[in-house]
Design a binder for this molecule. Structure first.
Ligand code: SF4
Length: 258
């Protein structure tokens, strides 16, 4: 089924049952599988997993969701700047799980304008240019895609960054039209993520094995040393306060990007 056709079937009103679960905070005691099971039961087929194929967390969640429901939906943003190992992993997932990955691209005319104005790698010059690039290649496509679903799943973990320490397991995503956002592994540690990958033989991006804590766009991701802050592998030329991307935080707070 075409991505657009799937989107047009969606839009479920958040009812009092969901609001009750949110306000009670009871979901904080639920396991990742319980969060996903609830989300699949309540929102499927209009629940989607956001997976960059460049973070271990997304692959863990994909594996977990697929075990609960093989018809689970997964989408990714192809910014036009992602590295080959990320495409390779995407193809492995298609082969291994038989899953059709929904790939969302930026608007061609926006990319043409961006590159004409700022050059291909203008994002290294100023924060504003980096935020504009992230906005065109990631934030706008994400907003456009999420406008057609009822709920999405992300691999955010509280441990990852101070800006993520407040993340709830189920929340209303006000920056994307008030849809529901599930963060099933919000309370997981890095060790637990690695343990799940080992136990279930989850395929991951091969660049992790070369020192990349996460893999985003090729020009904005790099390997780090074992004692370095993992976030220093992304947008390392900026200071840490500006490094979030806008996909998981309000643009007013942090600018844009994944
Ligand atoms: S991560 Fe880098 S290349 Fe990718 S959209 Fe943001 S600024 Fe552009």
């Amino acid at each position: 089924m075409a991505v657009q056709a799937v989107r047009q079937e969606s839009k479920k009103t958040i009812d009092n049952k969901v609001l009750g679960i949110l306000s009670s905070g009871q979901a904080e005691a639920w396991s990742a599988e319980e969060i996903l099971g609830w989300g699949i039961k309540y929102f499927s087929p209009n629940l989607v997993l956001s997976c960059s194929f460049g973070a271990r967390e997304g692959m863990v969640l994909f594996d977990m969701m697929h075990r609960i429901d093989p018809a689970t939906r997964v989408f990714t943003l192809d910014t036009g700047r992602i590295p080959q190992p990320t495409y390779d992993l995407m193809d492995r997932v298609r082969d291994r799980y038989g899953t059709r990955v929904e790939v969302v691209f930026p608007r061609a005319d926006d990319v043409e304008q961006l590159v004409s104005d700022d050059g291909l790698n203008g994002f290294y010059e100023t924060i504003e240019k980096r935020q504009r690039c992230c906005r065109v290649r990631k934030v706008e496509p994400l907003e456009r895609y999420l406008a057609g679903v009822d709920a999405w799943v992300s691999g955010l973990r509280r441990e990852q960054n101070v800006t993520r320490s407040h993340v709830s397991k189920i929340e209303i995503d006000e920056s994307h039209g008030g849809i529901v956002k599930l963060n099933p592994i919000a309370d997981w540690t890095t060790d637990r993520v690695l343990e799940y990958i080992r136990e279930h033989k989850v395929a991951i991006n091969r660049l992790h094995g070369e020192g990349y804590p996460s893999v985003g766009c090729a020009p904005c991701s790099r390997a780090v040393g074992p004692d370095d802050d993992p976030r220093s592998g992304r947008w390392w030329w900026e200071n840490s306060e500006t490094r979030e991307c806008g996909i998981h935080v309000d643009e007013e707070d942090q600018g844009s990007g994944i």
